[in-house]
Design a protein around this ligand. Sequence first.
Ligand SMILES: NC(=O)C1=CN([C@@H]2O[C@H](COP(=O)(O)OP(=O)(O)OC[C@H]3O[C@@H](n4cnc5c(N)ncnc54)[C@H](OP(=O)(O)O)[C@@H]3O)[C@@H](O)[C@H]2O)C=CC1
Ligand SMILES: O=C(O)C1=N[C@H](C(=O)O)C[C@H](O)C1
Length: 278
Amino acid sequence: MNKIKIGLFGFGKTGKLVAHEFINNESFELVWVAKRSASEDFIFASDALGLKGQSGKIVPISEINKEFFTNNPVDIIVDFSDTSGVNYYAPAADLGIKIISAISQYESGDMEYLKNLGLKTAVLYSPNITIGINLILMAAQIFQNILPHADIEIIEEHFRNKNEVSGTAKKIADTLGLDEETQINSIRVGGIVGKHEVIFGLPNQTIRLTHESISKAAFGQGAIFAAKWLINAGPGLYCMEDVIKNRVKEQLLEKQMEEKASSNYLQQFKNKILGLFK
Ligand SMILES: NC(=O)C1=CN([C@@H]2O[C@H](COP(=O)(O)OP(=O)(O)OC[C@H]3O[C@@H](n4cnc5c(N)ncnc54)[C@H](OP(=O)(O)O)[C@@H]3O)[C@@H](O)[C@H]2O)C=CC1
Ligand SMILES: O=C(O)C1=N[C@H](C(=O)O)C[C@H](O)C1
Protein backbone atom coordinates (compact mmCIF):
# COMPACT_ATOMS: atom_id res chain seq x y z
CA MET A 1 0.00 0.00 0.00
CA ASN A 2 1.31 3.48 -0.87
CA LYS A 3 2.75 5.35 2.09
CA ILE A 4 1.15 8.63 3.13
CA LYS A 5 3.65 11.41 2.30
CA ILE A 6 4.16 13.98 5.06
CA GLY A 7 5.71 17.45 5.04
CA LEU A 8 6.40 18.81 8.55
CA PHE A 9 6.57 22.46 9.60
CA GLY A 10 8.65 22.89 12.75
CA PHE A 11 11.56 20.86 14.11
CA GLY A 12 11.75 22.20 17.65
CA LYS A 13 11.00 20.68 21.06
CA THR A 14 7.83 19.04 19.70
CA GLY A 15 8.53 18.78 15.98
CA LYS A 16 11.57 16.57 16.58
CA LEU A 17 9.49 13.99 18.50
CA VAL A 18 6.71 14.21 15.91
CA ALA A 19 9.22 13.61 13.10
CA HIS A 20 10.56 10.60 15.02
CA GLU A 21 7.08 9.07 15.23
CA PHE A 22 6.34 9.54 11.54
CA ILE A 23 9.75 8.18 10.46
CA ASN A 24 9.21 5.05 12.57
CA ASN A 25 5.66 4.43 11.30
CA GLU A 26 5.55 2.18 8.22
CA SER A 27 2.36 3.81 6.94
CA PHE A 28 4.12 7.13 6.39
CA GLU A 29 7.04 8.69 4.54
CA LEU A 30 8.43 11.91 6.03
CA VAL A 31 9.47 13.73 2.85
CA TRP A 32 10.68 17.09 4.17
CA VAL A 33 10.86 19.23 7.30
CA ALA A 34 10.64 23.02 7.09
CA LYS A 35 12.02 25.18 9.87
CA ARG A 36 12.65 28.90 10.34
CA SER A 37 16.40 28.79 9.84
CA ALA A 38 18.50 26.62 7.55
CA SER A 39 20.05 23.58 9.18
CA GLU A 40 23.82 23.94 9.65
CA ASP A 41 24.49 20.40 10.82
CA PHE A 42 22.14 17.91 9.15
CA ILE A 43 20.62 17.37 5.70
CA PHE A 44 17.90 14.99 6.90
CA ALA A 45 15.74 14.90 10.04
CA SER A 46 16.62 11.21 10.40
CA ASP A 47 20.30 12.19 10.70
CA ALA A 48 19.48 14.80 13.38
CA LEU A 49 17.46 12.17 15.26
CA GLY A 50 20.13 9.46 14.96
CA LEU A 51 17.88 7.23 12.87
CA LYS A 52 18.84 5.09 9.87
CA GLY A 53 17.99 6.10 6.30
CA GLN A 54 17.41 9.52 4.79
CA SER A 55 13.98 10.79 5.84
CA GLY A 56 12.77 14.36 6.07
CA LYS A 57 15.07 16.65 4.10
CA ILE A 58 15.45 19.79 6.23
CA VAL A 59 14.69 23.03 4.38
CA PRO A 60 14.36 26.65 5.54
CA ILE A 61 10.77 27.94 5.48
CA SER A 62 11.95 30.65 3.03
CA GLU A 63 12.04 27.95 0.32
CA ILE A 64 8.39 27.01 0.85
CA ASN A 65 6.11 28.09 -2.02
CA LYS A 66 3.88 26.57 -4.72
CA GLU A 67 6.89 25.50 -6.80
CA PHE A 68 8.41 23.74 -3.77
CA PHE A 69 5.14 21.88 -3.12
CA THR A 70 4.92 20.90 -6.79
CA ASN A 71 8.51 19.61 -6.88
CA ASN A 72 8.36 17.99 -3.44
CA PRO A 73 4.80 16.63 -3.34
CA VAL A 74 3.27 15.46 -0.10
CA ASP A 75 -0.25 14.30 0.83
CA ILE A 76 -0.46 16.13 4.17
CA ILE A 77 1.35 19.04 5.81
CA VAL A 78 1.66 18.72 9.62
CA ASP A 79 2.36 22.04 11.34
CA PHE A 80 4.14 22.20 14.70
CA SER A 81 5.91 25.51 13.97
CA ASP A 82 4.21 28.68 15.16
CA THR A 83 1.39 30.97 14.12
CA SER A 84 3.41 32.21 11.12
CA GLY A 85 3.22 28.72 9.56
CA VAL A 86 -0.34 29.49 8.46
CA ASN A 87 1.09 31.93 5.89
CA TYR A 88 2.34 28.98 3.82
CA TYR A 89 -0.90 26.95 3.68
CA ALA A 90 -2.64 28.59 0.71
CA PRO A 91 -0.37 27.30 -2.12
CA ALA A 92 -0.58 23.83 -0.57
CA ALA A 93 -4.38 23.97 -0.36
CA ASP A 94 -4.50 25.08 -4.02
CA LEU A 95 -2.70 21.82 -4.90
CA GLY A 96 -5.13 19.77 -2.77
CA ILE A 97 -2.52 19.03 -0.10
CA LYS A 98 -4.28 18.33 3.20
CA ILE A 99 -3.31 20.20 6.35
CA ILE A 100 -3.03 19.26 10.01
CA SER A 101 -2.43 22.40 12.07
CA ALA A 102 -1.31 21.73 15.62
CA ILE A 103 -0.53 25.34 16.50
CA SER A 104 -2.02 25.78 19.93
CA GLN A 105 -3.07 29.39 19.73
CA TYR A 106 -3.81 31.36 16.59
CA GLU A 107 -4.19 35.10 16.13
CA SER A 108 -7.79 36.27 15.73
CA GLY A 109 -8.93 35.80 12.14
CA ASP A 110 -6.64 32.82 11.53
CA MET A 111 -9.42 30.33 12.38
CA GLU A 112 -11.67 31.97 9.76
CA TYR A 113 -8.76 31.66 7.33
CA LEU A 114 -8.45 27.93 8.09
CA LYS A 115 -12.21 27.57 7.52
CA ASN A 116 -11.82 29.17 4.08
CA LEU A 117 -8.94 26.86 3.22
CA GLY A 118 -11.32 24.04 4.14
CA LEU A 119 -13.34 24.95 1.06
CA LYS A 120 -10.40 23.73 -1.06
CA THR A 121 -8.89 20.86 0.96
CA ALA A 122 -9.23 18.89 4.19
CA VAL A 123 -7.91 20.91 7.14
CA LEU A 124 -7.73 19.55 10.69
CA TYR A 125 -7.01 21.97 13.53
CA SER A 126 -6.17 20.80 17.03
CA PRO A 127 -4.57 22.83 19.81
CA ASN A 128 -3.82 19.54 21.56
CA ILE A 129 -3.66 16.60 19.19
CA THR A 130 -3.32 13.82 21.77
CA ILE A 131 -6.15 11.31 21.62
CA GLY A 132 -6.42 11.43 25.41
CA ILE A 133 -7.15 15.12 25.86
CA ASN A 134 -9.84 14.97 23.18
CA LEU A 135 -11.52 12.07 24.99
CA ILE A 136 -11.40 14.22 28.16
CA LEU A 137 -13.00 17.09 26.23
CA MET A 138 -15.83 14.82 25.05
CA ALA A 139 -16.32 13.39 28.56
CA ALA A 140 -16.31 16.84 30.16
CA GLN A 141 -19.20 17.93 27.91
CA ILE A 142 -21.19 14.85 28.93
CA PHE A 143 -20.44 15.45 32.63
CA GLN A 144 -21.47 19.11 32.36
CA ASN A 145 -24.80 18.08 30.77
CA ILE A 146 -25.45 15.58 33.59
CA LEU A 147 -24.19 17.96 36.33
CA PRO A 148 -25.30 21.44 35.20
CA HIS A 149 -24.92 22.90 38.71
CA ALA A 150 -21.36 21.72 39.33
CA ASP A 151 -18.60 24.29 39.88
CA ILE A 152 -15.96 23.75 37.18
CA GLU A 153 -12.29 24.80 37.21
CA ILE A 154 -9.39 23.91 34.91
CA ILE A 155 -5.80 23.38 36.03
CA GLU A 156 -3.10 23.32 33.36
CA GLU A 157 0.53 22.49 34.12
CA HIS A 158 3.49 22.98 31.75
CA PHE A 159 7.25 23.38 31.66
CA ARG A 160 8.82 26.40 33.34
CA ASN A 161 9.34 28.65 30.29
CA LYS A 162 5.98 28.21 28.58
CA ASN A 163 4.88 31.83 28.49
CA GLU A 164 1.28 31.68 27.29
CA VAL A 165 -1.75 30.10 28.95
CA SER A 166 -2.35 26.65 27.48
CA GLY A 167 -4.29 26.71 24.23
CA THR A 168 -5.73 23.36 25.29
CA ALA A 169 -7.12 24.87 28.49
CA LYS A 170 -8.62 27.73 26.51
CA LYS A 171 -10.31 25.28 24.16
CA ILE A 172 -11.73 23.31 27.12
CA ALA A 173 -12.94 26.55 28.74
CA ASP A 174 -14.52 27.73 25.50
CA THR A 175 -16.22 24.36 24.93
CA LEU A 176 -17.68 24.35 28.45
CA GLY A 177 -18.61 28.03 28.40
CA LEU A 178 -16.15 28.92 31.17
CA ASP A 179 -14.33 32.23 31.76
CA GLU A 180 -10.75 31.88 30.46
CA GLU A 181 -9.59 34.67 32.77
CA THR A 182 -10.94 33.28 36.05
CA GLN A 183 -11.50 29.54 35.59
CA ILE A 184 -8.11 28.46 34.20
CA ASN A 185 -5.33 27.97 36.77
CA SER A 186 -1.81 27.75 35.29
CA ILE A 187 1.18 26.11 36.92
CA ARG A 188 4.70 26.42 35.44
CA VAL A 189 7.27 24.07 36.98
CA GLY A 190 10.27 22.08 35.78
CA GLY A 191 9.90 20.11 32.57
CA ILE A 192 6.22 19.14 32.70
CA VAL A 193 5.24 18.26 29.11
CA GLY A 194 1.54 19.09 29.53
CA LYS A 195 -1.09 18.18 32.14
CA HIS A 196 -4.74 19.27 32.12
CA GLU A 197 -7.37 18.66 34.79
CA VAL A 198 -11.06 19.53 34.64
CA ILE A 199 -12.53 19.61 38.18
CA PHE A 200 -16.29 19.30 38.77
CA GLY A 201 -17.11 20.48 42.33
CA LEU A 202 -20.33 19.26 43.97
CA PRO A 203 -21.55 19.67 47.57
CA ASN A 204 -20.55 16.17 48.68
CA GLN A 205 -18.11 14.98 46.04
CA THR A 206 -15.51 16.15 43.53
CA ILE A 207 -14.96 14.67 40.07
CA ARG A 208 -11.61 15.15 38.32
CA LEU A 209 -10.89 14.44 34.65
CA THR A 210 -7.12 14.42 34.16
CA HIS A 211 -4.85 13.97 31.15
CA GLU A 212 -1.06 14.08 31.23
CA SER A 213 1.27 13.97 28.24
CA ILE A 214 4.28 12.06 29.56
CA SER A 215 6.32 12.52 26.37
CA LYS A 216 5.96 14.84 23.39
CA ALA A 217 5.83 11.64 21.36
CA ALA A 218 2.13 11.63 22.34
CA PHE A 219 1.63 14.57 19.98
CA GLY A 220 3.25 12.64 17.15
CA GLN A 221 1.02 9.65 17.83
CA GLY A 222 -2.03 11.92 17.82
CA ALA A 223 -0.92 13.46 14.53
CA ILE A 224 -0.56 9.96 13.06
CA PHE A 225 -4.06 9.02 14.27
CA ALA A 226 -5.42 12.19 12.66
CA ALA A 227 -3.46 11.78 9.41
CA LYS A 228 -4.73 8.19 8.86
CA TRP A 229 -8.28 9.60 8.96
CA LEU A 230 -7.68 12.90 7.16
CA ILE A 231 -6.09 11.21 4.12
CA ASN A 232 -9.56 9.96 3.13
CA ALA A 233 -11.49 13.09 4.16
CA GLY A 234 -12.98 15.54 1.69
CA PRO A 235 -12.61 19.32 1.87
CA GLY A 236 -13.65 20.86 5.19
CA LEU A 237 -12.40 22.10 8.55
CA TYR A 238 -12.22 19.26 11.09
CA CYS A 239 -11.17 18.72 14.71
CA MET A 240 -9.94 15.66 16.64
CA GLU A 241 -13.47 15.10 17.98
CA ASP A 242 -14.57 14.40 14.37
CA VAL A 243 -11.81 11.79 14.01
CA ILE A 244 -12.61 10.07 17.31
CA LYS A 245 -16.38 10.04 16.65
CA ASN A 246 -15.72 8.53 13.22
CA ARG A 247 -13.56 5.79 14.73
CA VAL A 248 -16.28 5.02 17.31
CA LYS A 249 -18.89 4.78 14.54
CA GLU A 250 -16.63 2.44 12.53
CA GLN A 251 -16.10 0.18 15.57
CA LEU A 252 -19.85 0.09 16.38
CA LEU A 253 -20.59 -0.79 12.75
CA GLU A 254 -17.96 -3.55 12.77
CA LYS A 255 -19.47 -4.94 15.99
CA GLN A 256 -23.00 -4.85 14.53
CA MET A 257 -21.75 -6.67 11.42
CA GLU A 258 -20.02 -9.31 13.59
CA GLU A 259 -23.13 -9.80 15.71
CA LYS A 260 -25.30 -10.02 12.61
CA ALA A 261 -22.93 -12.53 11.03
CA SER A 262 -22.82 -14.64 14.19
CA SER A 263 -26.60 -14.59 14.60
CA ASN A 264 -27.00 -15.57 10.91
CA TYR A 265 -24.49 -18.36 11.46
CA LEU A 266 -26.35 -19.57 14.55
CA GLN A 267 -29.64 -19.45 12.65
CA GLN A 268 -28.18 -21.48 9.75
CA PHE A 269 -26.68 -23.99 12.21
CA LYS A 270 -30.03 -24.31 14.00
CA ASN A 271 -31.83 -24.84 10.67
CA LYS A 272 -29.37 -27.60 9.72
CA ILE A 273 -29.89 -29.37 13.05
CA LEU A 274 -33.67 -29.10 12.77
CA GLY A 275 -33.41 -30.31 9.18
CA LEU A 276 -31.85 -33.54 10.43
CA PHE A 277 -35.06 -34.40 12.33
CA LYS A 278 -37.51 -33.75 9.52
N1 LIG B 1 -1.42 20.72 19.12
C1 LIG B 1 -0.63 20.08 19.96
O1 LIG B 1 -0.94 18.97 20.41
C2 LIG B 1 0.66 20.71 20.36
C3 LIG B 1 1.01 21.93 19.86
N2 LIG B 1 2.20 22.48 20.17
C4 LIG B 1 2.49 23.74 19.50
O2 LIG B 1 3.51 23.49 18.54
C5 LIG B 1 4.24 24.70 18.33
C6 LIG B 1 5.71 24.41 18.48
O3 LIG B 1 5.98 24.09 19.82
P1 LIG B 1 7.49 23.77 20.25
O4 LIG B 1 8.03 22.68 19.39
O5 LIG B 1 7.49 23.58 21.72
O6 LIG B 1 8.22 25.15 19.90
P2 LIG B 1 9.78 25.38 19.55
O7 LIG B 1 9.99 26.84 19.68
O8 LIG B 1 10.62 24.41 20.29
O9 LIG B 1 9.90 24.98 17.99
C7 LIG B 1 9.31 25.79 16.98
C8 LIG B 1 9.82 25.24 15.66
O10 LIG B 1 9.13 25.89 14.61
C9 LIG B 1 10.10 26.48 13.72
N3 LIG B 1 9.48 27.65 13.15
C10 LIG B 1 9.19 28.83 13.71
N4 LIG B 1 8.53 29.59 12.82
C11 LIG B 1 8.40 28.87 11.69
C12 LIG B 1 7.78 29.06 10.44
N5 LIG B 1 7.18 30.20 10.12
N6 LIG B 1 7.80 28.07 9.54
C13 LIG B 1 8.40 26.89 9.82
N7 LIG B 1 9.00 26.63 11.00
C14 LIG B 1 8.99 27.62 11.91
C15 LIG B 1 11.32 26.74 14.51
O11 LIG B 1 12.42 26.80 13.61
P3 LIG B 1 13.93 26.97 14.14
O12 LIG B 1 14.28 25.67 14.82
O13 LIG B 1 14.73 27.18 12.89
O14 LIG B 1 13.90 28.16 15.07
C16 LIG B 1 11.32 25.49 15.42
O15 LIG B 1 11.86 24.40 14.73
C17 LIG B 1 3.68 25.69 19.34
O16 LIG B 1 2.65 26.44 18.70
C18 LIG B 1 3.03 24.80 20.39
O17 LIG B 1 1.97 25.45 21.09
C19 LIG B 1 3.11 21.88 20.99
C20 LIG B 1 2.81 20.67 21.53
C21 LIG B 1 1.55 20.00 21.28
O1 LIG C 1 3.69 24.27 24.37
C1 LIG C 1 3.50 23.03 24.52
O2 LIG C 1 4.39 22.18 24.70
C2 LIG C 1 2.10 22.58 24.48
N1 LIG C 1 1.21 23.44 24.05
C3 LIG C 1 -0.14 23.10 23.80
C4 LIG C 1 -1.06 24.05 24.56
O3 LIG C 1 -0.67 25.25 24.69
O4 LIG C 1 -2.16 23.63 24.91
C5 LIG C 1 -0.49 21.66 23.95
C6 LIG C 1 0.32 20.90 24.93
O5 LIG C 1 -0.23 21.09 26.21
C7 LIG C 1 1.77 21.21 24.90
